[in-house]
Design a binder for this molecule. Sequence first.
Ligand SMILES: CC(=O)N[C@H]1[C@@H](OP(=O)(O)O)O[C@H](CO)[C@@H](O)[C@@H]1O
Ligand SMILES: [Mg+2]
Length: 551
Amino acid sequence: MSAQLPIEAISQFSDLHPKPGHIRFQYGTAGFRTLGSVLDSVLFRVGVLAALRSKKLDGKTIGVMVTASHNPEPDNGVKLVDPRGEMLEAAWETHATVLANASTTPDFIEALETLVKTAKIDLSKPARVVYARDTRPSGPALVAAFEDGLKALDAEGRNAGVTTTPILHYLVRSINTKGTKHEYGDDSEEGYFTKLSGGFKKLVSGKPSLPPLVIDCANGVGTDAVTKIIGYLGDSLKLIPVNTATTTPGALNNACGADFVKTSQKFPPSVAPHLKAGQRACSLDGDADRLIYYYLDERSQFHMLDGDKIAALVAAFIVELVKAAGLDSEIQVGVVQTAYANGSSTKYLTERLPVRCVPTGVKHLHHAAEHFPVGVYFEANGHGTVLFSPETQEKLESHEPSTPAQSTALNHLLSLTQLINQTVGDAISDMLLVETVLAHKSYSGIEWDSLYVDLPNRLVKVIVVDRHAFKTEDAERRLVSPKGLQARIDDLVKRYDGGRSFVRPSGTEDVVRVYAEAVIKSQADDLAFRVAGLVYDETGGDPVTRPKEFI
Ligand SMILES: CC(=O)N[C@H]1[C@@H](OP(=O)(O)O)O[C@H](CO)[C@@H](O)[C@@H]1O
Ligand SMILES: [Mg+2]
């Protein structure tokens, strides 16, 4: 390892991007995420880190996405994508946090030297990075700071411009598999749209077309992708985009988008003019990796079809296709959920196929799903995808069907592997997947919704003195500390028909989350506020500031 860090270039650039003294940055579940106005130094340092990560992996291309997803417009963030299009390896999350928190340029350089030594990075290797941003106003300046990081290490950068998080993941995997037998797709936006829409068109060919779908773009970067895919879909699916104001200040995720629908359990007011009885609609989040569906029934009642409902719809469909293709003894379909999955969805799925529960956060779901020949994973909030293992992919490609019906099912499965963005949850790909199943089953929102009936539930945030005092086990479903608290929760839960409740510290906010469900809505609320009150009182909450709704 002869090459050295270009200390002088790094110092000069680093001095242009000083760290704000008072802030401690943390690379969390969603990368670095906070107010866009304080992220300049972080972006510069992430540029340097991405270059080093690429060198460590022999010059493979690393991805960097500048986004704060469903957060309010003034926020921004950044996350790294590993060569197969997956989230950054956990050990490097720690390196990222260390580098972001070095107080001065000399401290930063010292931290870099330590990293190069401990991670055994060969600095003579090339560095390649592809990057993109969403539509936030703070994006361009942050990208410029990031580019200074690439320049400091003389890394090769490819600017993918303003695009969705899933497209960036797609590009990373396509670039790194180019020319190999596992080539993921052409490494361009056009390649992405052609691949997805091509799979979709084959799947719905000959099926009666569905009524148009209203699609809420959250006034974010999904707008651009939706506009483009409309051109590729032709007559195969009619989309009605709403909330497409990407340049209106303050509009991003404001009273719209997937997170708004999921957390407030109502449709965005801006969608109302398009929603007549029976009309189905969906909402993307600000970087287009989450998707929530909904519809109005004939009495104009709102019904939400969340990530759990998507998982149930899609998993059952794939199981049927695998069976119809004559592959059910060889290819097992499994589902991965978190504790936030509605109890009714877990029951519905467990009666039909293997289901695993893992801790919150897409990377846990993704890794668990990789253990199934076909792994379906969705968070209740609408973030998820389907993974086909390399062995499954090969089986599908080499299987000799014995009947025309088997051949049709096999072709459908192969088209699904095209339509589904397997690198990460992708709202546009997931939307096409849902539409495929609805078309095959001739389902409207009503039939889909009736697969199972959601248990009423309630999510409550509790501000506590120290959320790090909360430790969990059993995929976050039980508390091991503070001592004795779980037994008290168990006692409360026993009193409610169909009661379930769990408590865990958030990984993205300084709060503890309480989830509760029960057979009746008022009981779910009651249980949630009782558990919240218990958590607050037992962990030193100030009686003066105790929220009024806690029981
Ligand atoms: C209850 C809930 O929705 N939690 C979200 C939220 O995590 P918390 O650790 O609960 O703050 O943000 C994560 C990242 O976006 C997402 O993966 C997760 O599902
Ligand atoms: Mg998102």
